[in-house]
Every structure is written in structure tokens, then in C-alpha cells.
Ligand binder design. Structure first.
Ligand SMILES: Cc1cc2nc3c(=O)[nH]c(=O)nc-3n(C[C@H](O)[C@H](O)[C@H](O)COP(=O)(O)OP(=O)(O)OC[C@H]3O[C@@H](n4cnc5c(N)ncnc54)[C@H](O)[C@@H]3O)c2cc1C
Length: 430
């Protein structure tokens, strides 16, 4: 049964079967689906949206993920997509100067930069690569509404397809393993009753974009203007802005009106002042920043990965990379047992064990940075970096390798399993 094709086993009650069902077609779900399919495993990815075209998602593709794309034979296609490179990170100091804290060019790595690419392009690329695999199925507009169980064991999901007109009847998709990659609001982890550990954070983020005709740079530098903190992310044809605000302040700040917003943004980002004057409050999305993680990422028949296992702060832009790394580790560990029909909680536990340290290390770093942000967000002052450290970083710029390595590559980078490495042949060529 383990490698049977997904077939409808009982027409009247709409029951289907596959080997692995993946809930959520984000970075984690698409990568785990593609790699498992390359092992010949029948995998069905369910994504509730009709397309990947959602704005305001993580758009940073880190060196480790770029290397993975290379290993999967997808890097040339990625390189042809519109993207920008960020090669260094600077921070504003309280005396008004800036300090380079991370220089990715110093990494001994084939891809020593962070690529800023719209997430939908990245996901479309993975979807196209998946199409080339006969055992890969992506079902868009299909929302998972609950879990199937046999005693304590999760045996698949209940789901419903939303066609153009209305929701179709619910059906059951049974599987040897269910992978929850349905993001930080994960319905699956809630339904499975997996306990979450929340960490307090002091900020939320406003997200908006400002079109610009000019060339955008390759430095990612937060700026503090009139006591407000912005991160300006260069993208093709526009600037993506993250404006950190105190936790829970969204409503209060909006109540000041659109003119205040426009004036503040135009002053902070003068190179896009004209666009700032067209900004509407409706263009500004609020991100409820959260840092949390599951104590246990698995149950019998179920494994959570990516944001479903651990929501990350946007600091460092590491959410996509971590989700992808979880997916690679999960696929590498589970492909054999799924093929043999022996996948068990031992395998899922092994995935959590492997990925817990990088998750813990990254979240610990983020929580430390949030504490450092207090004076910036609340007080509108620049970062305070001890003078000796500033002098050291300026005198020995090689040290900027360390933060670049922590953010760009992270702890325990994952590599594509051997069985998944191949050049990609587009499914619909010719
Ligand atoms: C505004 C914003 C900005 C961010 N900026 C950055 C950044 O710059 N860099 C970075 O690395 N990270 C950033 N992140 C975080 C990053 O987007 C996530 O960490 C990353 O996308 C996690 O990937 P994932 O696959 O685990 O989950 P997601 O990307 O959240 O994907 C989950 C998918 O599951 C689908 N889904 C959910 N429920 C169901 C259901 N019941 N049935 C079917 N499908 C379902 C969703 O539609 C979604 O497509 C940002 C997040 C937000 C919200």
C-alpha cells in the first residue's frame, strides 16, 4: 500500500489514498513534496489558495537555499528570474553613523549573497519542477479542514476543493504520513493538540512597498528616522519596506491618519518620496510578529515542519530558509521508510532532533536582537554597540564573516539527498 498511486477507493464516500500528504504549499511543503517525489514516493501537496501570488511573504533566499536549488538542478532557472542580491548588512548607530555587521562576500560559499526574490516566483519554480515528477501532485484551492484518525494515529486529512463557483464536497485523503507545512496558523498542529511554547516579542511590523525607477543597492540597512525604524529591502522595481512598530500599536498608529503616514515615510525614504505620497493605509499590512515552537513536532502518523513547527521573527529574514532546511531534512530521513512502508514516529522524532538545534539557535539569536531593539522601537534611538566592538569590526572587517555565516548559512545546513540531485527537465517543454 505504501507506494500505491493515489486512487479513489470508494466513489460514493470520496476517499482517496496516497503515500504522503503535505498540508500547505509554502516553501516547506513544496520542497518536501518535490524531494519525496524524486524518490518515487506518491506525494500530494494541498494548498488552499488558487495561486502563490500573495504579497508580503518572506522573500529572502539565503545561500543555503541557493545551494540547494543548485543541487536540485534548478539554479539556472532561478537565476533567470527577477531578483536582487544583498551582500552586506549595516546597522545605524546612535551617533548617526553606520556599521557593517555582516559581509556575505566573505563566506566561502558558491552563493555568497542573499537573493531577494518574490516568494511566488520561488514557489512557482518548485511547482514546475514537481510537475516533472510522475508521483508529485499539487492540488491548489484545496483546503484541509481536519485530520483523519484511527485511534491515536493520524491517517490523513479531510479536505475540500474550492472551485470557481463554490466549495465542492469534502473528501478524505488517507496517507501513511501527513506532513503539516501549513504555516504559523497551522490548523493541523491545533487539531493534533501539539503544545506550543510562545516567547514574548516587543514588535510588530508594518509591510508595504514603494515603487521606484532608480537602481536599488545591494546593502540591507535598517534606518532610523525621527525615532522610527525601517528596513528597506531592495527589490526589482520597488522597495519593500518593513517598519517595526511597538507590539499591538497598529490601531493607534493608523488612527493618526494617512497624511501622517505619508509624511513620515517620505522623510524616511527620500529616494521613494513621490511613491510615499501616494501610499494608502490599506496598502500597509500588519505582521503580528511571533516567535514560538512546538515542544513536540510529531504525533503518530504526523510531522510538522517550517512555520507550523516554529514561527520565526522576521529579524534576519530566516523563516524561508529554516522552513526549507526542515523540508530537506524531513525528506532525506523519511524517503526510505516511506518507500519501505515502515515510516514511524521514530523517523519523525529523528527529524525534530536534527532540526531542533538550528531552530533553537536561530530563535535565541532573534530573541536577543528583539531585546536590543527595545531602545530602537520604543525610544527611536540607534543601536548601541560597545565602542570596542565597533573599533574591532572596523579594524578587522574579516569578523563580519561571523554574523554573515550565522544568518546566511545558519547552524547545520542541509543538502539535497543524492536521489534528488538531477538536472530539471521542464515537464511542458515542447
Ligand atoms: C509579512 C511577512 C514577512 C516575512 N518576511 C520574511 C522574510 O523577509 N524572510 C523570511 O525568510 N521569512 C519571512 N517571513 C516568514 C516566512 O514567510 C515564513 O517563515 C515561511 O514562508 C515559512 O514557510 P512555510 O512553508 O513553513 O509556511 P508558509 O509560507 O506560511 O506556507 C504555509 C502554506 O500553507 C497554506 N495553508 C495554510 N492552511 C492551510 C489549510 N488548512 N489547507 C491547505 N493549505 C493551507 C497557506 O496558504 C500557505 O501557502 C515573513 C512572513 C510574513 C507573514
Amino acid at each position: 500500500m505504501a507506494t500505491a498511486e493515489p486512487v479513489r477507493v470508494r466513489e460514493e464516500s470520496l476517499v482517496e489514498r496516497t503515500t504522503c500528504v503535505v498540508v500547505g504549499g509554502g516553501p516547506a511543503g513544496m520542497v518536501v513534496g518535490l524531494i519525496l517525489a524524486r524518490a518515487g514516493i506518491h506525494v500530494t501537496v494541498l494548498e488552499k489558495h488558487a495561486d502563490f501570488l500573495r504579497d508580503f511573504r518572506g522573500d529572502t533566499i539565503h545561500p543555503t537555499t541557493l545551494e540547494l536549488l543548485d543541487e536540485l538542478g534548478l539554479i539556472e532557472r532561478f537565476a533567470a528570474m527577477p531578483h536582487n542580491r544583498v551582500e552586506e548588512v549595516r546597522i545605524p548607530l546612535e551617533d548617526g553613523s553606520t556599521l557593517r555587521v555582516g559581509d556575505l562576500r566573505r563566506l566561502r560559499h558558491p552563493y555568497p549573497y542573499i537573493a531577494m526574490a518574490p516568494q511566488w516566483d520561488f514557489l512557482n519554480l518548485l511547482a514546475e519542477a514537481g510537475e516533472a515528477e510522475p508521483t508529485f501532485q499539487l492540488r491548489m484551492e484545496t483546503e484541509v479542514t481536519g485530520l483523519l484518525r484511527d485511534g491515536d494515529r493520524v491517517t490523513g486529512v479531510r479536505c475540500r476543493r474550492y472551485g470557481a463557483a463554490a466549495a465542492e464536497p469534502e473528501y478524505e485523503l488517507r496517507a501513511d504520513l501527513t506532513i503539516a507545512a501549513d504555516g504559523r496558523e497551522s490548523l493541523v498542529r491545533r487539531e493534533a493538540g501539539l503544545p506550543v511554547r510562545e516567547f514574548p516579542v516587543n514588535a510588530d511590523a508594518w509591510w508595504f512597498r514603494l515603487p521606484t525607477d532608480g537602481k536599488v543597492g545591494e546593502t540591507l540597512m535598517p534606518r532610523i528616522v525621527d525615532g522610527r525604524f525601517y528596513v528597506v529591502i531592495p527589490r526589482d522595481g520597488y522597495l519593500q519596506i518593513a517598519h517595526l512598530i511597538p507590539k499591538g500599536a497598529d490601531e493607534r498608529l493608523r488612527a493618526r491618519g494617512v497624511q501622517v503616514l505619508r509624511t513620515e515615510v517620505a522623510a524616511a525614504i527620500p529616494e521613494a518620496a513621490e511613491a510615499a505620497r501616494q501610499l494608502e493605509l490599506a496598502d500597509v499590512k500588519v505582521l503580528d510578529v511571533r516567535v514560538n515552537r512546538l515542544r513536540r513536532w510529531y504525533a503518530d502518523g504526523l510531522l510538522c515542519i517550517g512555520d507550523a513547527a516554529h514561527a520565526m521573527s522576521p529579524i534576519g529574514g530566516v523563516g524561508v530558509n529554516l522552513a526549507v532546511q526542515d523540508a530537506v531534512a524531513a525528506a532525506g530521513r523519511l524517503a526510505g521508510p516511506l518507500q519501505a512502508g515502515t515510516a514511524s514516529t521514530r523517523d519523525s522524532r529523528a527529524v525534530q532532533r536534527r532540526r531542533m538545534f538550528p531552530t533553537w539557535a536561530t530563535q535565541t539569536m532573534q530573541r536577543g536582537m528583539h531585546r536590543g531593539l527595545d531602545r530602537v522601537i520604543e525610544g527611536g534611538r540607534g543601536f548601541r554597540v560597545p565602542r570596542q566592538l565597533q573599533t574591532l569590526l572596523r579594524a578587522v572587517p574579516q569578523l563580519t564573516w561571523v554574523p554573515a555565516r550565522l544568518v546566511g548559512i545558519g547552524a547545520l545546513p542541509e543538502h539535497a539527498p543524492r536521489f534528488a540531485r538531477r538536472q530539471w527537465t521542464p515537464a511542458r517543454s515542447g
